[in-house]
Design a protein around this ligand. Sequence first.
Ligand SMILES: *Cc1c(COP(=O)(O)O)cnc(C)c1O
Length: 468
Amino acid sequence: MKLIFEKSAPGRRSQLLDRCDVEQFELPEKFRRAEKAPLPQLSEIDVDRHYSELNTRVHGVNTSFYPLGSCTMKYNPRVNEEIAALPGFTGIHPLAPEYSVQGCKEVIATAKKYLCEISGMDDMTFQPAAGAHGEFTGVMLIKQYHQSRGDQKRCKIIVPDSAHGTNPATAAMCGFEVVNIASAPDGCVDIEALKAALGDDTAGLMLTNPNPVGLFDENILEITRLVHEAGGLCYYDGANLNAVMGVVRPGDMGFDCTHMNLHKTFSTPHGGGGPGAGAVGCKAFLAPFLPKSALMDEEGHIQVRSFEGNFLIVVRALAYLLTLGKEGVPEASTNAVLNANYLMHQIKGTFEPAFDRICMHEFVLDLGAFKKETGVSALDVAKTLIDYGMHPPTMYFPLIVHEALMLEPTETESKDTLDWAAEVFRKVYELAHQDPEYMHEAPHHAQIGRPDEVLAARKPVVRFRPAE
Ligand SMILES: *Cc1c(COP(=O)(O)O)cnc(C)c1O
């Protein structure tokens, strides 16, 4: 397929409205281009066909089953997009007078109230622009709390080795020493290892539950109690709340602060690194340290972003919560858990789960034995799924399972789709026993099969350079 620049032909153009006859603002000379930008010249239908063709070459959540789940992109109801596009939300300015933005302030206050209820927290900020940014904000709250009490020796944050990479990175960014503790084989916290790590230099613990393997740590109340007894605080990585939203609250599990990725669980498309919102909630005793939304803050609060953060993401989150309602919120997460367990059981007997117990919103398949038997790797399976019209699941994560495939179907998939997905997995399993060679070279029907992933990550070509 040619790039749009290569399709360009001089003089080709589309119908435009006549030039506006109202006097326009002219940029000062020094800011203007000396030469015209080398933009492609095409007719309207060429442009239309170009983008329609591109659309057939990608696989997204709108195309077919997409088991990467909410951590990458769950299906986001269209109504949230429509509401976020209302001119009353898109047309505001951060310095607009207070009286003119009362509706937007109401959105923030209402979203805060509901998300505090869901997380079991007392107060919240929407300033952070991502999950990692939220972690930074939350751990700074912990730091300020200890400092405000003159407790200077608390310099260590405990992070289990199964944690999301952002957790140790955050603790280090906030100036803490990271204490890694080994997890139990199922990714849960090893209580003895935790006890050994705790001391009067412990500032806090960072944890996610369900853990990165998709299992709920049933010792959670004991874990948070032990940390508190040692004088530390507990930070809940609630980036993905899809398994527990409306069912279990981080605040009730004993956590003092948390972030929630509104762009994961609460319905904002974020594939490709789009804007996010890491809402940070905390218990009342930490609230005095929360960032304030004023531009200049005289009281010395931390300021992690200007104004109210990515406001339209908060609008989407509120629209999502209001359309689901008090009953719909827990229903969404219980359906997410049910769908994951259903699919896991349908696949079992061919590909085997790494942990044979009830999972939460996601589950891990361990293809170690399968690879020994057939020579077909998790990568080969992922690539073959593309030929069957399915997006590959997460591969080679979590690291504690070596030939891992991780599936998160989410709440919106029907039983029919899950049955189809399970059937595809069974077919692929049989194919591996009949024709492993075919799978080493899969996909056979995709636009791009096996790119050089290291080269693509290290030296991506993201810019067209016109020939001189
Ligand atoms: C996605 C995720 C993060 C990071 O969130 P970003 O918005 O990508 O910065 C942190 N922790 C967990 C468990 C996550 O799933």
